[in-house]
Write a protein that binds this ligand. Structure first.
Ligand SMILES: Nc1ncnc2c1ncn2[C@@H]1O[C@H](COP(=O)(O)OP(=O)(O)OP(=O)(O)O)[C@@H](O)[C@H]1O
Length: 259
């Protein structure tokens, strides 16, 4: 096995805010898994994904350890941005490069020594599947909208960074097609970890980590139990998305289910 291939990552418990050990023995995440992290404000959701992003080694505020293939993460995973296997995309992810989207991606492709002339085109095409506002290669990065930026970053993480672990921190209101993103990331066999308050994203995830007081409180695996609720929530969510688009377009809403 290539020493940099990730078979799984394992989270070992740390301590809650009162210094008490967390309530789980270990949690293993494999490529293709989808996991949501939920919990009230300040319960430690971002701290948990931060631990995953930097492969914590009892050196963060939570005292957790995150192993790769059962061992401490290799140094280059933490230090070398080109080898970092984790992409973190948040609502606040912005790109301030004063260049076009096409040139920005080409620069990233060159820095990763990828020889594939079509990869930039494919990355922009994929980003355009995640957003309603089409991104053109000639547009400057600084003039992309929030939704376009997040879509481009997710597409970049899949196609160019080829990161096996993707952390998405509250992107549900970020103007992207979340179901499409989840479906695509599953097909690309990525481990997907969301911090979310969104019912669709939470119920589409196979596991739900419930945070409380800085610690993992419970790990839920509802499976079939939530199947009917999920179908209903997706239907409601599509209605809300349609209404949002009509409101954006300046329409008067006379019916919740317009023709
Ligand atoms: N186990 C812990 N021990 C001590 N401090 C912690 C622990 N977990 C989180 N914290 C601290 O508590 C604060 C809130 O945590 P965090 O930002 O992760 O919460 P959150 O659930 O992401 O909140 P929000 O939903 O508002 O973004 C942070 O300052 C964080 O460093």
């Amino acid at each position: 096995m290539d020493p940099l291939t990730i078979e799984d990552i394992t989270i070992l418990p740390g301590r809650n805010r009162k210094g008490m050990t967390e309530n789980f023995s270990s949690l293993t995440i494999c490529p293709g898994d989808t996991i949501s992290i939920v919990g009230p404000t300040g319960s430690g959701k971002s701290a948990l994904i931060n631990d995953i992003e930097i492969f914590a080694h009892r050196d963060t505020v939570t005292g957790r350890t995150v192993l790769v293939n059962g061992e401490p993460a290799p140094e280059e995973f933490v230090r070398d941005p080109a080898k970092k296997p984790v992409a973190l995309i948040t609502q606040n992810t912005k790109c301030l490069a004063d260049m076009t989207a096409g040139d920005f991606l080409k620069m990233h492709v060159r820095s990763r020594k990828i020889e594939d002339e079509k990869i930039v085109e494919r990355t922009i095409a994929l980003a355009n599947e995640f957003t309603g506002e089409k991104i053109l290669p000639e547009v400057r990065m600084t003039s992309l909208s929030g939704g376009q930026t997040r879509s481009l970053m997710v597409a970049d993480a899949i196609m160019i960074s080829n990161a096996p672990i993707i952390l998405l921190d509250e992107i549900e209101n970020a103007g992207i097609f979340k179901e499409k993103v989840i479906e695509c990331l599953k097909t690309h066999h990525k481990a997907l970890i969301f911090v979310t308050h969104d019912p669709v994203v939470s119920l589409l995830s196979a596991k739900r980590i419930v945070m409380k007081n800085g610690a993992v409180e419970r790990i839920l695996e509802p499976g079939e139990e939530e199947r009917d609720a999920l179908a209903e929530i997706i239907r409601m969510d599509r209605t809300l998305c349609r209404l949002r688009e009509l409101i954006r377009a300046g329409e008067i809403i006379r019916s919740v289910n317009p023709a």
